[in-house]
Design a protein around this ligand. Structure first.
Ligand code: 5MM
Length: 340
């Protein structure tokens, strides 16, 4: 794909009022999600669940793209159409998770590095043939005693850049996802420091690997207090500090920032996105690429029962609509009340 095509896909993914649904849970992750609603993680149940999400009427008003897992991009909806075709016909771009997950970084207790570069060029070409227009690779950075180390940050940044360059060669827009985890009792200042150091290294490696910044998207964590920190930052503080941190390190050439939700509640993730957009004047689009914050309420309503599909779809549509409004800084608690 030519450079201008990568740019136009990246820009379309962050169109006004729209964002991305991350539905790329690997087998272990979806098993954990299903366990909480007492549903067995069989291929058929995973297919039915994703069918429920993807066929929700009207989500294309707020969802520009959906990230799929390897099994899903090869699966068919209930009506027999392959999932990428179902999405394409709604005007939603199919994407694909291509990393193989984080493994222990040898010699660095408590730290991980993401694997998946071996054979990636071939897999990307295959996914392109299956209809994918963009891809995603997640790196995880933990905060704790003496971590993150420079070695962990740089190893993950290097892998992200290798992945991004290979994606662009294959005609796929890379979503670059370095996630600084919210697990721990650290302060928001500590999260800001770790996020800034991580993003600096990531952009240095991306430039080193000649990645076209206009043809990629960044999927970072928001800058938050650690989950167990006794002093939790307020919504305006999170918005201000997150934007301040990103402005220091993310070049304006990047068309959009699509946040992960990282374990925040669905409403809080929407509140934070809304507050950032309400600040205005950003050099990039500020959008979402949520998994849990878009899916959790619908997953709980679904419970694996076909009879619950209409209710689950209504709830999913509502969360997509709220996040669509947050893209303009126009989300309000009245929207939640009206839907209750
Ligand atoms: C951090 O996880 C990503 C965003 O999800 P949240 O909004 O829930 O934080 C998500 O795309 C994640 O990468 C996928 O669910 C795949 O996760 P696994 O752990 O299965 O690779």
């Amino acid at each position: 794909m030519a450079k201008h095509e990568l740019e136009s896909v990246a820009r379309a993914l962050v169109s006004k009022g729209k964002g991305i649904l991350a539905a790329d849970e690997s087998l272990g992750t979806i098993k954990g999600r299903f366990e909480r609603i007492k549903v067995e993680s069989t291929e058929e149940n995973r297919r039915s669940y994703r069918d429920m999400l993807f066929t929700t009427r009207g989500i294309e008003e707020f969802i520009s793209g959906i990230i799929l897992f390897d099994e899903t991009i090869r699966s068919k909806a209930k009506d027999g159409r392959p999932f990428p075709e179902v999405l394409g016909q709604k005007g939603i771009m199919p994407g694909i998770k291509v990393d193989k997950g984080p493994v222990d970084l040898p010699g660095f207790p408590g730290e991980k590095v993401t694997e998946g570069l071996d054979g990636l060029r071939g897999r990307l070409n295959e996914y392109r043939g299956l209809g994918a227009r963009f891809a995603k690779w997640r790196a995880v950075i933990a905060i704790g005693d003496g971590i993150p180390t420079r070695t962990c940050i740089d190893a993950n940044a290097h892998a992200l850049a290798r992945y991004a360059a290979l994606c662009q060669e294959a005609g796929l827009v890379p979503i670059v996802e370095p996630e600084v985890l919210m697990d721990g009792a650290h302060t928001i200042e500590r999260c800001e420091e770790a996020t800034e150091a991580t993003l600096k290294s990531v952009f240095s490696e991306l430039q080193e690997h000649r990645v076209v910044l206009e043809g990629m998207l960044l999927k970072p964590n928001m800058v938050l207090s650690g989950k167990e920190c006794p002093k939790q930052a307020t919504i305006p503080e999170v918005a201000e500090i997150t934007v301040r941190c990103l402005r220091r390190v993310v070049p304006a050439a990047v068309p959009g920032i699509v946040f992960l939700s990282g374990g925040q509640s669905a409403e809080l993730a929407t509140d934070h996105l809304n507050a950032m957009n309400a600040l205005g004047g950003h050099p990039w689009e500020i959008s979402f690429s949520y998994a849990r914050a878009l899916q959790d309420p619908a997953l709980k309503a679904w419970k694996g029962e076909a009879s619950n599909v209409p209710m689950a779809q209504q709830i999913f549509y509502h969360r997509a609509k709220c996040n669509g409004a947050a893209r303009y800084g126009k989300y309000s608690k009245q929207m939640e009340a009206a839907a209750a």
